[in-house]
Design a protein around this ligand. Sequence first.
Ligand SMILES: Cc1ncc(COP(=O)(O)O)c(C=O)c1O
Length: 380
Amino acid sequence: MLPPMSSLVWIELDGKAPEHNLKELSRCAKKNVKLCAVVKSNAYGHGVAQMAELLPSTHWFGVNSLEEGLELREIGVKKPVLLLGHVPLKRLDEAVKADLRLTIFNRESILALLKLGKGSKPVNIHLKIETGTARQGILIEDIEDFVGGIKKSESLILEGVSTHFANIEDTLNHEYAENQLLRFHEAIDTLKKLGVDPPIKHTACTAASILFPETHFSMLRAGIGLYGLWPSRETYLSAVSCGKMIPDLKPVLTWKTKIVQIKILSEGSFIGYGCTYKTTRKTNLAILPVGYADGYDRSFGNRAYVLINGRRAPVIGRVCMNHCMIDVTDVQGAGLEDEVVLLGQSGSETVSAEDLAEWAGTINYEIVSRISPYLDRRVV
Ligand SMILES: Cc1ncc(COP(=O)(O)O)c(C=O)c1O
């Protein structure tokens, strides 16, 4: 694990929320549908070791890279781990040794696995089908060729077949996703004609898990919902308007820091790099030891607010690499080393990942997954 970059900025994780969210998402599906917790990118910024421990009921874990899969094994995770991304051909043996499941979308990966030889441990592979996302995935017309390659080795077990939707979160019109699902069924039929029927079929991210039971098959592959965040406003609206069960998702993460200086500036003082802010009154300025190197986006300058004792304090001037400045003139009693909430709740006020996303012109996924992995993550 990385050493904390600063003890003055940290993440608190609600110890109960991940399991609660998992159960809520599972309620959207039939009992026999398994759940693969997607904990890639340091568990969307929440801390992979912490989240792995806070999700004891997950059946599987999903990660992007070999390194992430090996990390899960190193911290003692024994459950099935599915690698969703490409494994360097020269390092496939490491994945096999660690009993990591592989998502396959390149012929070269199959050839390299065949080369590992007869004595190699059996390896469970999942064929990823290109159904319209135009990311990883094999074309339906290439399935026969891939299956031919897989059948050449007894150590390759075609355990799964999967795809990923391109346009569920961003729209209220789900025609594109429905067409992707049709193509996935076409792929399954093609596989069946070739004499194979992988037992684990999986397509559903969080939005699909909530909105489309027909995408569930044998396993959900959920990420954002486990962290207590909705994939998008459109997903929520679609769920409400279609009368779907609305999972009660509880945000897991609170991001905090402490005030490291307070000073009084006179009216007309410029704040920070570029002098982008000029005070219009006598101002109590507080300095926070958090900046864009921690994942607190530069675009929050002159846009975001933080919370101190349940009161809002605007971020003024530009966010620096390791610092930012806030106006605490209206936050009575704010003092040195007082706790500040950058993301989360304080009293009756909240700064949500969606608020920060709106200020930064992005999505909640990016806000949380870009929080520096160097920060300490504490379960509370
Ligand atoms: C292949 C794959 N499956 C599942 C997920 C989980 O998606 P979500 O976080 O929307 O549940 C992701 C996330 O990006 C993904 O890339």
